[in-house]
Design a binder for this molecule. Structure first.
Ligand code: DCP
Length: 717
């Protein structure tokens, strides 16, 4: 449930930047001949041409939608170009997109506090930059106002066409008599226009943006005029915006809460909420959610932009729907090996680039038992201390799986004795690495860290104290002091509910031999070598050669090279910067005074109004980019669609269960980075999103019956 946070000031300047048809743009940059063509990126799944996950604005004109599969898209738009998402280890590999997103973030972060909200979305707090601009070069003092800023959509401003519109916007941006908050917004609009041009220049990607006084309004605005446009929300237009906004389009109201508002209270637009007092809303939905609803009806949101450029966790997952469900331990182990390999590669890359180490490994799975109509039973997620090295992660994740399977089958009263098949199936698997902390710089500490791990044989075997003692990590606050024990971490970090090490697993049709951890000494050496390379500036990059095995211990280099020939992961930031520099130079020649110039013959239109504007391929350079695209409303579906499915017929509240579950799994839910969730299989995403929702649900007794039903356990969920 949403929680109200007090708004510190309504003079903050917040931008939400959202890349346009992001995966398509990334593929078009790789294959420039696709630019301007109807293009879609399809999932790695050949059934009916694969599911569409990103669609270019050119293809949207033909009615191609994300709900379609490749075959359907071809029917709607026969000349559509379908590009398959990159594949590695038999599954989608999103690293190219993730790295492309990082390129954008690194540019946006130059101007203010930057929060990476998803693979292609960023929040920026531009308050300081806007204040500085207002003090030094206020818009009213500008002789020439940037073209891109002049193309801003200012909500509530009556605008004409073409030149008229620009002069009206110019007048609004440069008003000397404007209210201080509007002046700051004008500065925000100028800064964001400049940033968007810079993003285009350095990455070749277009993006859209919303500029407002808080995150909620900025997010709403960024999708109003896509692609490659920006929308500004002056305070005076907030009421009108929310009055007309369908309640389901508001972040966190797209799911059951929004449905409840519609059916119980007849609230169809956010503005309709104004009819209810704060007390009434609190009575109905609890103190926090009631206040949150009261606030959003007035455009109030105190959520801060969190300074976060790097993910809080890494995840790797795959789903196995329908007949592809995994039904043998061997097949699960095969896929866990693939996921471990990917996770290990990302961990090594994070270590190398960002000098960070993850400490907790968690396995999530979705399972079914044949003949079970009571589908509420969940495969329990399991976690353990994370040991670096692909083979170790493979081994530990397999043990976690077995522990989870024992518990899952145990919930059916089935003992995992004997080798017969117990009628289970796995429909999704994922691994995540969390509790990421900075390491100490210098090879001494990192070497010690990995030696500590190896010498311990298996962290799963150790007592928690032993594990902690063997790590030499910085406290999350980043203090430079060496500490044997992080004083901020509880000593019982991995308590007894943690998965115990099992040397053999009876009843799963497979004996698991515990191998000597020293067998993996070579791999650990590789890690140490690589860590040394990244932590010791005087060692040249060339001395890293031969250490790729860190990221692919069980895979030949040839395979890896082939799988990632176009992947910037192995040489990410510096390579990207070099590439950006090249792009910059190339684009300089093309002339980039406005994003319009980049598109030349392309044009845009508003998605907010759901207008379908005819394409104008021959539009000249001064025409609106908007004419080229036909678009549909693109308001994000909020996370709140997902109720905790653990809240079933146990009689306990879901929040109790969530609490209990997260404690048992021994990792903090808030450590899961929302940006990695979308990379996990959908079932697992649902589950994690349910946990991420605030748990407090007061006043249940006061709710009307149907609203109470909404919160009460339901077998159907
Ligand atoms: N994505 C995905 N699966 C989904 C939704 C999105 O893999 N169900 C990926 C592909 C998208 C990227 O995430 O390119 C960003 O998603 P958005 O919802 O922001 O959509 P786009 O960026 O593709 O288009 P838009 O311009 O409408 O934002």
């Amino acid at each position: 449930m949403p929680v109200a946070k007090p708004q510190s000031s309504d003079a903050r300047i917040i931008a939400h930047v959202d890349m346009d048809c992001f995966y398509v743009q990334v593929e078009q940059r790789k294959q420039p001949h696709l630019r301007g063509l109807p293009t879609a990126v399809v999932q790695y799944n050949e059934w009916k041409g694969g599911a569409l996950i990103a669609i270019s604005y050119e293809a949207r004109k033909y009615g191609v939608k994300r709900s379609m599969r490749g075959d359907e898209a071809k029917e709607a738009c026969p000349h559509i170009e379908l590009v398959q998402v990159p594949v590695a280890r038999g599954k989608a590999d999103l690293s190219t997109y993730r790295n492309a997103g990082s390129e954008v973030v690194s540019i946006l972060a130059r101007k203010g506090r930057c929060e990476r909200a998803s693979i292609d979305e960023v929040y920026l707090d531009l308050t300081d930059a806007a204040e500085a601009m207002l003090a030094e070069t206020p818009p009213e003092s500008l002789e020439v106002v940037d073209e891109e800023a002049l193309k801003s959509h200012i909500l509530g401003l009556e605008s004409g066409d073409g030149v008229d519109a620009k002069s009206i916007v110019r007048e609004w941006l440069c008003r000397s008599e404007a209210d201080h908050r509007d002046k700051l917004l004008a500065c925000g609009a100028l800064i964001v226009a400049e940033l968007r041009k810079q993003v285009l220049k350095e990455t070749e990607f277009t993006c859209s943006a919303g500029v407002a006084h808080n995150k909620m309004l900025a997010k709403l605005a960024s999708s109003m005029n896509k692609p490659a446009q920006q929308t500004v929300v002056p305070l005076a237009s907030v009421k009108e915006l929310l009055n007309l906004l369908p309640v389901k389009k508001m972040k966190q109201l797209g799911g059951k809460l929004g449905t409840s508002l519609q059916s119980e209270l007849g609230v169809n637009t956010v503005g309709d909420l104004l009819k209810f007092s704060e007390i009434k809303l609190q009575e109905l939905y609890g103190v926090n959610t009631g206040t949150w609803l009261w606030n959003i009806a007035r455009g109030i949101s105190g959520e801060e932009v969190q300074a976060r450029l790097l993910p809080k966790s890494h995840g790797s997952g795959k789903s196995f729907p329908g007949p592809r469900a995994l039904k043998t331990v061997a097949s699960v182990q095969h896929w866990l090996n693939q996921l471990s390999d990917e996770l290990s590669e990302r961990l090594c890359s994070d270590l190398e680039q960002n000098k960070r180490i993850a400490r907790t490994l968690t396995l999530h799975a979705s399972a079914f038992r044949s003949g079970d109509t009571d589908s509420h039973k969940k495969f329990p997620s399991k976690s353990c201390p994370l040991r670096y090295g692909t083979a170790k992660i493979q081994e530990d994740s397999f043990n976690l799986f077995q522990a989870g399977l024992r518990e899952y089958l145990g919930s059916y009263g089935v003992k995992t004795q004997g080798s017969h098949y117990n009628g289970w199936g796995i429909t999704a698997l994922s691994l995540s690495a969390s509790k990421i902390v900075p390491t100490l710089s210098g090879t001494c500490s990192i070497t010690k860290y990995f030696h500590g791990q190896d010498a311990s044989n298996s962290s799963l075997k150790q007592s928690p104290a032993t594990f902690t003692e063997n790590t030499t990590l910085l406290s999350p606050s980043g203090s430079e002091s060496y500490s044997e024990l992080n004083p901020t971490e509880p000593q019982d970090e991995f308590p007894s509910e943690e998965v115990p090490l099992k040397l053999s697993v009876a009843g799963l049709g497979q004996q698991v031999e515990r191998t000597d951890a020293y067998k993996e000494q070579d791999q650990s050496c590789c890690i140490i070598q690589q860590a040394s390379c990244s932590f010791t500036p005087e060692i040249s990059p060339s001395s890293c050669s031969g250490t790729e095995s860190c990221s692919g211990l069980n895979q030949s280099k040839q395979q890896r090279d082939q799988a990632h020939s176009d992947d910037s992961r192995t040489k990410p930031v510096m390579t990207n910067l070099k590439r950006q520099e090249q792009n910059r130079n190339q684009l300089k020649d093309k002339g980039t005074s406005s994003i319009l110039d980049f598109f030349k013959s392309q044009s845009l239109c508003s998605s907010w109004k759901q207008e379908h504007v005819e394409s104008s391929q021959n539009a000249n350079a001064t025409a609106s980019i908007g004419d080229y695209y036909s678009v549909s409303m693109q308001v994000q579906e909020p996370m709140e669609n997902f109720l905790p499915e653990t809240a079933t017929n146990s009689g306990r509240s879901s929040s109790d269960q969530i609490q209990q579950t997260s404690e048992a799994w021994n990792y903090r839910i808030e450590e899961i980075d929302p940006t990695v969730i979308e990379e996990l299989p959908p079932q697992i995403q649902d589950e994690i999103r349910a946990w991420l929702r605030p748990h407090k649900r007061p006043n249940m007794v006061k709710r009307s019956s149907s609203i109470a039903d909404y919160f009460l356990p339901s077998k159907n969920r």
